[in-house]
Write a protein that binds this ligand. Structure first.
Ligand SMILES: [Fe+2]
Ligand SMILES: [Fe+2]
Length: 352
């Protein structure tokens, strides 16, 4: 058996940023403080709090899920089977079930790699943020993210047939975030865009899976992630009040580019070649199916209202509003319950 060398198994990202000490140990006594207290109490253990003896048969679970929901295996990609000259027109039910299992593996794999990105970014935030309470809270996020990597890695390893490599779009966004010397941009990329997308994707999987172990795991992870997004919003609201118009403009552009990269991620390009279908064949067809578009748009339902809350939508005559309009995701701007939902989950009032 060939053994991969150490160098094949790691990837380095060069960065130029300041590690920041603060000699001001006073805490703000408000949102971040309470979020930190909540985070310390809400710690859980992957080994003890999840029932790893649960028997997971991915194919049986996919069939069960289809039976109970009435949604056929392979949704939303399955809509492709109905299209003219479709490369998947002749797929049997068994093939769709196999595809659905792999599709779940591909999603879980991106969750895993994204969580490792979050682990590195959270560690970076602890070094870079200037305020002591943000360093305290950030340290709890480091532990949270390590636990998430552990959970997804163990689930894929013990319960699923395959782990896919990191998606190129996700990798380039993570690299960009890790390279940026402006800590608020690191926050925006990680805590608002990547975590927002992850929350929506976790929620979607939690709602559909029939595996009680995965459901419970996602429930635990989502409770942590909701705090992380709240951390991002709380920290950025203060910073954005003091930024110049030009600096805010850069943040708008960054948010748009990050969302655009993540939109391309949702097509699952690492998955199709496994099934003998090339990405070029699938890309234009899949982006035009209504079910794929609806699914893809829903993933942005947590990001858009948070960008609005940060004042990024309407700055510069609504530049970002227009871009999100073109991406057909602007309809989520007033999903105001999202902020409350996050706040509730973390038991913190961000306006306080
Ligand atoms: Fe996480
Ligand atoms: Fe997170």
């Amino acid at each position: 058996m060939s053994q991969k060398s150490f160098e094949d198994l790691i990837a380095r990202v060069g960065a130029d940023f300041d590690a920041t000490f603060t000699w001001d140990y006073d805490r703000d006594g408000a949102g971040l403080d309470r979020l930190y207290e909540k985070a310390k109490r809400a710690q859980w253990n992957v080994s003890d709090d999840l029932d790893w003896s649960t028997d997971v048969d991915p194919e049986r679970l996919i069939r069960l899920q289809a039976e109970e929901s009435g949604i056929p295996p392979g949704f939303p990609a399955r809509a492709l089977a109905e299209m003219d000259n479709s490369p998947v027109a002749s797929w049997t039910e068994d093939q769709w079930v196999e595809f659905a299992v792999h599709s779940q593996c591909a999603s879980l794999s991106q969750f895993l790699h994204g969580e490792q990105g979050a682990l590195l970014v959270a560690a970076r935030l602890v070094e870079a943020v200037p305020a002591i309470d943000a360093k305290y809270y950030g340290a709890t996020q480091v532990v949270d993210e390590a636990r998430h990597v552990e959970a997804f890695s163990r689930y894929l390893d013990e319960k699923m047939p395959v782990t896919y490599p990191i998606n190129e779009n996700l990798r380039s966004l993570l690299n960009e975030v890790l390279r940026d010397s402006r800590w608020d941009v690191v926050f925006l990329g990680m805590q608002v865009v990547i975590e927002g997308l992850a929350l929506a994707a976790f929620g979607f999987m939690m709602g559909t899976t029939r595996d009680p172990l995965l459901k419970e795991m996602l429930r635990y992870v989502m409770a942590d992630e909701a705090r992380h997004v709240a951390f991002g919003i709380l920290s950025l609201q203060k910073v954005y009040d003091d930024l110049s118009s030009g600096e805010l403009r850069e943040r708008q552009e960054f948010a748009y580019e990050a969302c655009d990269l993540m939109r391309r991620r949702t097509l699952n390009p690492e998955l199709w070649p496994t099934f003998g279908v090339s990405n070029s064949e699938i890309e234009s067809m899949l982006s035009n199916t209504r079910s794929q578009q609806r699914f893809q748009h829903l993933l942005f339902s947590k990001i858009v209202p948070n960008c609005k809350k940060l004042g990024l939508l309407d700055h510069r005559d609504g530049w970002l509003r227009e871009r999100f309009g073109e991406m057909k995701i602007i309809q989520y701007e007033d999903w105001s319950t999202d902020a409350e939902e996050l706040t509730e989950a973390s038991a913190v009032d961000p306006d306080n």
